[in-house]
Design a protein around this ligand. Structure first.
Ligand code: M6R
Length: 608
């Protein structure tokens, strides 16, 4: 995480650097800072907390200079204080960094022994000290940069200024993304093309191991051995405009209410509504032939993948191996090169997901990316890209990306079933007709459930713990409900398979424990009702989210029942996701938390 930018040109840069940082705040908002070279001297302004604090600081103490680097931080090493905020300065060198220098402790000991004085608790500071030392010891700046890169291990996107060269930014990438932007007499550097969109759409992406020397007329790129390399210049399609909240209080609220529209775009890409069939969207993965499928992702995207597993297994009879990406790559799963792997990621930059992708690639699997950001590293490194077309998702809590991921996975599973002969033409048409109904039903649910949800959220906001239960595809949805609630309201919540309750979690049930049960009237309904009986018998407070048939069939005394329309099983996860998202949202609003930028989190997680 963390976002970095740099500009080298002829006009003052600090305001534009901050403007670019605003587009990167999704990568972290613990602190921010800018450094420029002005009158031959390195200068910086830094501030703890959100970018607005840095803007205020810059208004009080403006920063001149036509070359500069800047950073928005998600703290890894060292508390989120101004002292630990980037850029880090040492002896004529300024550094901003996204990633983790894994051997920092050993380097710090070595540098300290040779007289270096460390002023921060960060891993990054070793980079500044190494560069300063090598330069002091007589190496040229490029030589020092190359020597430093040979010493550090771990993940990094770096931007460096040397005080004695006010015309050059040096940059390096190993892991987190880094893009060079080509301007007219100016050059730019950024963690992504979105940050650079107001300045240029001509982008060169560095690949792992690359480092670059960037002047206002252009950039020279080298590989880790110091050889000059050429990387393609491409036109970025990302939009320069900043998305606003419209009439909503938070981006999260706006994004929840956008779902009928964006789902309809997503479905339009995968479905032929005239013939009621799934359209083939890529030749790179032949679902008819693959013996199995591997799925991996993190957080909400993983939970979407878990629901996808149910669908691929049910409709396409395709065995699915799935795990969170941080475990997947280390499990030493025996993978067949004939298989395919799908990686699900809103940002397309999540470090663990990318590492799992590379692991599967090394094992010869065909790679598919289910992503929102088509220019992301995960998309670029995949054989097939399945866009989810959710549009920019700004709220840290994923909402519309989740349901769009689900819509795409559902379409792919039905398409795979058809290709494998496990779904007949009639079944495909029926499933597609159900999917096509989704935007309308979503709109209906969003228009009707709000008053009840608000009432319930007020009560939840007073609770310390909440349990979510579900069976079948409602089980991952229960985990998603718990994740959503805890990440934005900070209430402790857990999602369990309803049948698993009696194997331990039931010990938590008492009259203070709200238990949210997600139970559409599907083939598991009666079993889930039995689990609710077990909760009720122990005084637990049940909040039932069901459909009209389920509400009529359940004779239980619940604290609240939220009734949704009856829907076909394949679209139930997307429809039932809505009250779950709204419940988390309104609870957080009652609690007064920072809904769009909850504490300790970032939208894009580019460290392992
Ligand atoms: O960008 P990605 O989809 O790869 O991100 C994965 C997770 O970090 C993300 O889903 C996270 O769990 C969200 N904050 C959940 O709302």
């Amino acid at each position: 995480m963390c976002g970095i930018v740099g500009i080298v040109g002829s006009q003052p840069v600090s305001e534009r650097l901050v403007d670019a940082l605003k587009r990167l705040e999704y990568r972290g908002y613990d602190s921010a800072g800018v450094a420029t070279i002005d009158g031959g001297r390195l200068k910086r302004r830094r501030a703890e907390g959100k970018l607005i604090n840095l803007e205020t600081r810059l208004k009080e103490e403006p920063l001149a200079g036509s070359i500069g680097i800047a950073h928005t931080r998600w703290a890894t090493h060292g508390a989120p204080t101004e002292r630990n905020a980037h850029p880090h300065f040492t002896d004529g060198v300024a550094v901003v960094h996204n990633g983790i220098i894994e051997n920092f402790a050993e380097l710090k000991d070595e540098l300290t022994a040779s007289g270096a004085e460390f002023r921060t608790d960060t891993d990054t500071e070793v980079v500044a000290h190494l560069l300063a030392k090598y330069h002091r010891d007589g190496m040229g700046r490029r030589e020092a940069m190359h020597a430093m890169l040979k010493r550090v291990t771990g993940a990094y996107a770096l931007a460096v200024l040397f005080e004695d060269d006010p015309s050059t930014i040096m940059a390096a990438r190993n892991g987190p993304p880094l893009a060079i932007g080509h301007g007219d007499g100016e050059m730019f550097l950024g963690s992504d093309a979105i940050a650079l969109a107001p300045f240029t759409n001509e982008i060169t992406y560095l690949i792992d191991g690359d480092w670059a020397v960037i002047g206002k007329a252009g950039a020279h790129i080298f590989d880790i051995d110091g050889n000059v390399v050429t990387r393609p210049r491409q036109i970025s399609m990302v939009a320069a405009y900043m998305v606003d909240k419209g009439n909503h209080r938070h981006f999260m609220e706006k994004e929840i209410y956008e779902q009928p529209e964006v789902i309809s775009h997503a479905l339009g890409h995968y479905i032929n509504f005239i013939e009621n069939r799934v359209t083939a969207v890529s030749d790179a993965i032949d679902f008819a032939k693959v013996p199995s499928l591997a799925l991996s992702a993190c957080g909400t995207a993983y939970l979407a993948g878990l629901i996808g597993k149910y669908w691929f297994e049910r409709y396409a009879r395709l065995p699915v191996e799935i795990d969170v990406a941080s475990e997947f790559r280390y499990r030493e799963i025996p993978l067949s090169p004939q298989s395919a792997a799908l990686f699900i990621s809103q940002s397309g930059e999540t470090a663990d997901t990318l590492a799992s992708l590379r692991y599967c690639k090394e094992h010869g699997l065909k790679i598919g990316a289910v992503v929102n950001t088509r220019e992301s590293t995960i998309a670029r490194e995949s054989d097939a890209v399945f866009p989810i077309l959710a549009g920019p998702e700004i709220g840290v809590a994923s909402t519309k990306a989740f349901t769009c991921q689900l819509a795409v996975l559902a379409a792919l599973a039905v398409g795979a079933g058809r290709a494998r002969g496990t779904v007949s033409e009639q079944e495909e048409q029926a499933l597609v007709r159900s999917l096509a109904e989704m935007p309308r039903i979503m709109g209906q649910v969003l228009n009707s459930v709000q008053p009840k949800i608000e009432l319930l959220s007020r009560e939840l906001s007073k609770c310390r713990d909440v349990l979510y239960l579900g069976r079948g595809t409602s089980f991952p949805l229960a985990m998603e409900g718990a994740l959503k609630l805890k990440e934005i309201s900070y209430i402790h919540a857990e999602g369990y398979a309803a049948g698993e309750l009696k194997h331990g979690p039931i010990a938590l049930i008492d009259e203070n424990m709200p238990v949210i049960v997600i139970a559409p009237h599907d083939r598991f309904f009666d079993k889930t009702v039995s689990n609710m009986q077990e909760v009720a018998a122990r005084g637990g407070r049940i909040i039932l989210i069901t459909d009209e048939t389920g509400a009529a069939a359940s004779k239980l005394d619940t604290m609240h029942t939220i009734v949704l329309p009856n829907v076909d099983e394949i679209i139930a996860p997307m429809i039932f996701a809505l009250p779950i998202q709204l419940l988390a949202y309104h609870t957080a609003v009652f609690m007064g938390t920072d809904v769009d930028q909850p504490r300790n989190l970032a939208k894009s997680v580019t460290v392992e």
